[in-house]
Design a protein around this ligand. Structure first.
Ligand SMILES: *Cc1c(COP(=O)(O)O)cnc(C)c1O
Length: 212
């Protein structure tokens, strides 16, 4: 079932796009099933859950932190996390840099931009992105691009305009900062995200089934 969902999904997206299988709340057995079907990129939104799963699953999994990250928890994932999608402040970026240094590695990150009109979503404004990019001087962090979540709505026009605003900002800065990752698109909106220029989609329920 998970295997079939994965292969159907992979057939519908271009080879150039990376699929992050969002496994939050799902048991280790489900992740293993996806792993055995060849999936290597997994997304979690809670530090403890990611640490617990990483400790029992194969070492060559690439772990993506996609949820809001508290500074005091960065140290738990710093040794192994592959990409942090959810950098939403300069203080968080500096803490990731510090933990990168402690672990003698450079940690890949994305700046999370608030593109949804809804109030509840985390993320930076384009202005604060500019500020971070101009002032952050971190040797142990590499900002590889941007992440955004569209509004939870059926209005395709609105979702498209939110994705396009992020893609536009991404393209404006891509060359200067050598960005190569634009993370946008989930189960409900990934085809639209890809058509707007997404290079990385984060899909959960369409692979693993609905969450409780
Ligand atoms: C849960 C989550 C997803 C995946 O959502 P689905 O609708 O299950 O595909 C993607 N991105 C983030 C940031 C999430 O928290």
């Amino acid at each position: 079932m998970i295997k079939d969902n994965l292969s159907t999904l992979l057939q519908s997206i271009p080879d150039s796009a990376t699929l992050v299988a969002v496994s939050k709340t799902k048991p280790v057995a489900s992740l293993l099933e996806a792993y055995e079907a060849g999936q290597r990129d997994f997304g979690e939104n809670k530090v403890q859950e990611m640490v617990d799963k990483a400790s029992v699953l194969p070492q060559n999994i690439r772990w993506h932190m996609i949820g809001h990250l508290q500074r005091n928890k960065v140290k738990y994932i710093a040794p192994f996390v592959s990409l942090i999608h959810s950098v939403d402040s300069i203080r968080l970026l500096k803490e990731i840099d510090k933990q990168g240094q402690k672990n003698a590695r450079v940690i890949d990150c994305l700046l999370q931009v608030r593109i949804a009109k809804e109030e509840t979503k985390f993320g930076l404004t384009f202005e604060s992105c500019n500020e971070i990019l101009e002032h952050a001087n971190c040797a142990n962090v590499r900002v590889r691009g941007l992440m955004g979540m569209a509004s939870f709505t059926d209005n395709q026009t609105q979702i498209e305009s939110e994705f396009k605003s992020l893609a536009h900002y991404y393209k404006q800065h891509q060359e200067q900062y050598k960005w190569d990752i634009l993370s946008m698109g989930m189960s409900g909106d990934y085809p639209l995200a890809l058509s707007c220029g997404s290079t990385m989609i984060r899909v959960g329920s369409r692979i693993f089934g609905a969450r409780n």
